[in-house]
Design a protein around this ligand. Structure first.
Ligand SMILES: Cc1ncc(COP(=O)(O)O)c(C=O)c1O
Length: 380
């Protein structure tokens, strides 16, 4: 059975790429050692820092988000440095693996998957341990949970001001507001293929002066990800190596569109889509998996429900791809994105299709599309 001729991504990265970005990507190639590229890079970097609400410089890397995660370890720490990693899902696990690979002394704050960090526990740890850094996600994409990064940043500032605060906001930027400087974030790690609406291939680091001071004494090996070297070059509109020029041109366009919508509207749209999608899915018998959900995606669970079958049918019947659970969560949850280029019609359409495939395996009471629009209008 198939009801569509289109493919639709509802995955938490990569996300749908708008037509105006595809047009930008189709422009003739430009060379990276030209005045034209220099202008694009300088402007784009300034817009990235503006979106991150930071006075600090943002460095653009040609890599996936994990490259920026690695660079934030290999450039700012030294062998044996004691760091805290908040591990509440697959991406928290990744922080730990990177830190361990570079020989850091890693302390874990393990949290049940689906839950978020408790600032009181963090306070206890940072009062006891002298830490060089604290690594955390804003949105833990594997569970849909949002960590209280603002509170943790404020705690660090008052109790442990020398600890570097590194926040992975790869799946958060462009969907949920991050006030980098106000939250005292020293290194903000982000990427291109989620809320920013462009294809995979770029990652970003927004870096405080405090972090750069630390970088000068780092003894960890790095070559391609030379953040200080990149920053020096990029301030002048150039890069150390050949960057993904087409993606940077597309990124400039994406940021222009984001500022055209306006940050208040951008975050409000994500909040509305998140709350209405959740209300609709609860209406038809699902539960939210995370206790404190991020507005970037919705993650649901239900006992005795075959999520993998539903995912397969959504794809076969409607061309809709949603993400399943990873690791131990496989088959127990699904992850539905509304970060980036999504609007009310996308989510209402998704919910109608989802109800149909779910009805194949259990009786579904309630009308998710009606509940979605009620909730959306109530909060508009
Ligand atoms: C929170 C988070 N961190 C890091 C990454 C890694 O990014 P990439 O897959 O681009 O390396 C992702 C991507 O899914 C993510 O969601």
């Amino acid at each position: 059975m198939s009801f569509t001729i289109k493919k639709r991504l509802f995955t938490p990265g990569p996300t749908p790429v708008p037509y105006y970005i595809r047009q930008a990507l189709a422009e003739p190639a430009i060379h990276h050692r030209t005045a034209q590229f220099k202008e694009v890079l300088i402007d784009t970097k300034a817009k990235l820092s503006r979106l991150a609400e930071s006075e600090n410089q943002t460095v653009v890397l040609t890599s996936s988000g994990t490259g920026a995660m690695e660079a934030s370890v290999s450039n700012f720490f030294s062998k044996g440095d004691k760091v805290l990693v908040v591990r509440a899902g697959k991406f928290g696990e990744r922080w730990g693996k990177i830190c361990e690979a570079f020989g850091l002394d890693v302390l874990y704050y393990d949290i049940e998957y689906g839950d978020s960090a408790d600032p009181n526990v963090i306070e206890e740890i940072i009062r006891k341990e002298k830490l060089s850094g604290l690594f955390i996600q804003a949105t833990e994409t594997s569970t849909g949970a949002f960590h209280p990064i603002e509170e943790i940043g404020k705690l660090l500032k008052t109790i442990a001001p020398s600890t570097l605060y590194i926040v992975d906001a790869v799946s958060t930027m462009g969907a949920v507001r991050i006030k980098t400087d106000l939250y005292n974030i020293d290194i903000l790690v982000w990427g291109s293929q989620k809320g920013l609406m462009i294809p995979p291939g770029l990652s970003f680091l927004t870096i405080s002066d405090k972090a750069f001071e630390r970088a000068s004494s780092s003894d960890l090996p790095h070559f391609y990800f030379n953040v200080a070297g990149e920053l020096e070059k990029q301030k002048g509109g150039s890069t150390l190596y050949t960057p993904a020029t087409a993606l940077i041109v597309a990124l400039q366009k994406a940021l222009d569109k984001i500022f055209e919508e306006g940050l208040e509207n951008l975050y409000k749209r994500h909040k509305l889509l998140a709350s209405a999608t959740r209300a609709a899915l609860i209406e038809i018998g699902f539960s939210l998996f995370p206790k404190h959900p991020s507005d970037a995606l919705t993650v649901i669970t239900k006992r005795n429900f075959d999520f993998e079958k539903a995912r397969g049918e959504l794809l076969n019947w409607f061309g809709i791809l949603i993400a399943g659970g990873q690791g131990n969560l496989k088959g127990k949850i699904v992850r539905i994105a509304h970060m980036g280029y999504f609007d009310i019609v996308d989510m209402a359409g998704f919910l109608g299709a989802f109800k149909l495939v779910c009805s194949e395996q259990s009786e579904i009471k309630g009308d998710p599309v009606k509940r979605f629009t009620e909730e959306y209008n109530k909060n508009e």
